[in-house]
Design a protein around this ligand. Structure first.
Ligand code: 5AD
Ligand code: SF4
Length: 487
C-alpha cells in the first residue's frame, strides 16, 4: 500500500528506477526536498488548485493528482490564483473544449503577476492532436500538457518542469496514444472522507458513432480484482462507507483479465468487505447488462437501488446508426426485467437530441421511451459533432434551431416524468448518507438516498458521514426536503 512506503529507503543519489510506481515515489521524494527548500526561502508552502471538467472518472483522476501534490507538500486552495494550477479537461462535447480555452486565457492575469506560476493541462481533451496544437500555438502560458494514459507520471512531469535548472521555458508535452500498464498504489486525496470513487476499468471498446471517448481513453483494461478489493479495504479502514465503482462500461469488466471474472463476480467479492455499507457503479451499457447482475442486484445487501442506463435515443433506427446494439423494445424489456427483480430501483439515463438524421418520428420514439421507462432522472444533451467520430461526417446534420426546439420539448417531458416519479417516494423513510452542511440554508444538511436522490433536512455537521433514516416530506424534482426519522 502507498502509505507503507519506506521513504528513507529511496536513494536520491542514484538515478531514478525504471519500474513503477517506485519511479514516481523517487520523484515525489525529490520534489518534497525541493518544496522544503522553498518553504525555507519563502516562509510558506506553494499553493495548488486542481480543477476538474467532465465526468466522475476525471474527478477520481484529479483526486490522484491532488494526492501526489499534497504528498509533495503543496497546499490546496480554491482559487486559480495559485502557484500551480491543473486543469483536468473533458472533450465529450465541443462546449467542454471551449470552456477550457476560456479558462486558460483567464490564467494569464495571474501568471503575469506570478511568473513562477506553473500551469498544467491533462485529461481527455489533451488526447486530441488539434487541441494540443492549438494550445502550443496560442496558449504559450501553459507549462505542461499530458494525457489520460500517463497521469501516474504526474510527479515526474512536474519535476521535469520545476527542477529544470536551465528553465528553458519550453512547454513539456507528453501525451500517449494508449496505455501499456495500470500503475497501482499511488496516493489519492479524497474530496469526501466517507465516500470514494474506485476505478475498476479504464477505456471503452464500444465506439458509439457519436462518441469520442474510445479515441481519448483507449481500449478497455480491467484492474485485477485483488487490487480493487485491497484498495476498497484500505478505504474502509480510512473511514469510507460508500464506494462508486467506475468504468465507461462496467458490465464488460474482467473480460481481458488473465483469469476472467464477470462484473457480478467482482461485486460478490466487494460485497463481502466488512464495514463497507454501500456500493454504487457507473456506467452500464444496456447491451452488456447480464441476467446474472440483475439477479445479484435483487439480493445484494449493499448495492444501492439505483442504475444509470443510458438510452441515448428511443428510435431503433437511430440506435443502429449510433452502434448501440439494442432496439427500443429490447431496452424497454430490460427496464421491465430490472424493475421486476428490484422493485424500488431508481433508473436514470442519458439522452442525446439531434443526432444526424434524427426525424420527428425518431424524436417521438425517444419521448415515448421516457414516458414508458419511468426514469427517476435523465441527463439530456444536444448532439455535438466530434471530429474523428463516424457521426461527424454523416449526412443530414440537424439544423441548430430544430435541435434547440426538440431539446426544449425533451426537457419538459423529462421534468414532468421525473417530478411524477419523485412523488412516489413521498412520505417514505429512506436511509440517507449525509454528505455536507447545506451552504444555502442554515441549520440544514444534505445527503443522498440509496436511489441517489438528494435530501435536505435539519441537522448539523456532526451527522456528516453517517447513514440516517430520513422521512421524505416534500419533493422538488430530483431533491427532497425531509425530516430525520425518530429512532
Ligand atoms: N454529443 C452529445 N452528447 C454526447 N455524449 C457522448 N458523446 C456525445 C456527443 N458527441 C453523451 C452520451 C453519454 C454521455 C456521457 O455524454 O449521452 O452517455
Ligand atoms: Fe462513449 Fe458509447 Fe463508450 Fe459510453 S459506451 S463511453 S457512449 S463509446
Amino acid at each position: 500500500m502507498y502509505n507503507e512506503i519506506n521513504w528513507d529507503g529511496i536513494d536520491l543519489q542514484q538515478p531514478p528506477p525504471e519500474e513503477e510506481p517506485a519511479r514516481q515515489y523517487y520523484f515525489i521524494k525529490l520534489l518534497k526536498g525541493w518544496m522544503d527548500g522553498i518553504i525555507k526561502e519563502k516562509g510558506r508552502k506553494l499553493s495548488c488548485c486542481v480543477n476538474t471538467f467532465g465526468c466522475q472518472m476525471n474527478s477520481r483522476d484529479s483526486e490522484k493528482i491532488l494526492g501526489i501534490l499534497k504528498c509533495i507538500g503543496y497546499e490546496e486552495t480554491g482559487s486559480e490564483n495559485a502557484d500551480l494550477v491543473v486543469f483536468n479537461t473533458c472533450t465529450v462535447r465541443e462546449n467542454a473544449n471551449l470552456k477550457v480555452y476560456g479558462r486558460i486565457g483567464q490564467l494569464k492575469k495571474y501568471k503575469s503577476k506570478n511568473p513562477g506560476m506553473v500551469i498544467m493541462l491533462c485529461g481527455c481533451m489533451m488526447q486530441e492532436k488539434e487541441a494540443v496544437a492549438k494550445i502550443k500555438r496560442s496558449y504559450r502560458n501553459v507549462d505542461v500538457v499530458f494525457g489520460t494514459h500517463n497521469i501516474y507520471k504526474f510527479a515526474e512531469l512536474l519535476a521535469m518542469k520545476v527542477l529544470d535548472s536551465e528553465d528553458s521555458g519550453k512547454m513539456v508535452v507528453d501525451v500517449w496514444e494508449d496505455a501499456e500498464i495500470i500503475v497501482e498504489n499511488l496516493p489519492a486525496e479524497r474530496k469526501y472522507p466517507f465516500k470514494s470513487g474506485v476505478n475498476i476499468m479504464y477505456g471503452c471498446n464500444n465506439f458509439c458513432s457519436y462518441c469520442i471517448v474510445p479515441y481519448v481513453r483507449g481500449r478497455e483494461r480491467s484492474r485485477k480484482p485483488e487490487d480493487i478489493v485491497k484498495e476498497i479495504e484500505g478505504l474502509v479502514k480510512d473511514g469510507v462507507s460508500e464506494v462508486m465503482l467506475l468504468g465507461q462500461n462496467v458490465n464488460s469488466y474482467g473480460k481481458n483479465l488473465e483469469e476472467p471474472l464477470s462484473f457480478t463476480g467482482l461485486l460478490e467479492k466487494i460485497e463481502q468487505i466488512d464495514g463497507l455499507r454501500r456500493i454504487r457503479f457507473m456506467t452500464s451499457h444496456p447491451k452488456d447488462l447480464s441476467d446474472e447482475l440483475i439477479e445479484f442486484m435483487g439480493r445484494s445487501e449493499k448495492l444501492c437501488k439505483h442504475i444509470h442506463l443510458p438510452l441515448q435515443s428511443g428510435s431503433s433506427r437511430l440506435l443502429k446508426i449510433m452502434n448501440r446494439h439494442y432496439t427500443k423494445e429490447e431496452y424497454l424489456l430490460l427496464v421491465e426485467k430490472i424493475r421486476k427483480a428490484v422493485p424500488d430501483i431508481a433508473i436514470t439515463t442519458d439522452i442525446i437530441a439531434g443526432f444526424p438524421g434524427e426525424t420527428e418520428e425518431d424524436f417521438n420514439e425517444t419521448l415515448d421511451v421516457i414516458e414508458k421507462a419511468g426514469y427517476d432522472n435523465a441527463f439530456t444533451f444536444i448532439y455535438s459533432k466530434r471530429t474523428g467520430t463516424p457521426a461527424a461526417t454523416m449526412d443530414c446534420q440537424i439544423p441548430e434551431n430544430v435541435v434547440k426546439e426538440r431539446f426544449d420539448r425533451l426537457l419538459k417531458v423529462v421534468h414532468c416524468t421525473t417530478a411524477r416519479k419523485a412523488e412516489q417516494y413521498l412520505g417514505k423513510i429512506s436511509d440517507v448518507l449525509v454528505e455536507e452542511v447545506n451552504a444555502q440554508e442554515e441549520g440544514y444538511v444534505t445527503g443522498r438516498t440509496g436511489q441517489n436522490y438528494l435530501v435536505h433536512f435539519k441537522g448539523d455537521k456532526s451527522l456528516i458521514g453517517s447513514i440516517v433514516p430520513v422521512k421524505l416530506c416534500e419533493s422538488r424534482g430530483f431533491y427532497y426536503y425531509g425530516e430525520l426519522a425518530g429512532e
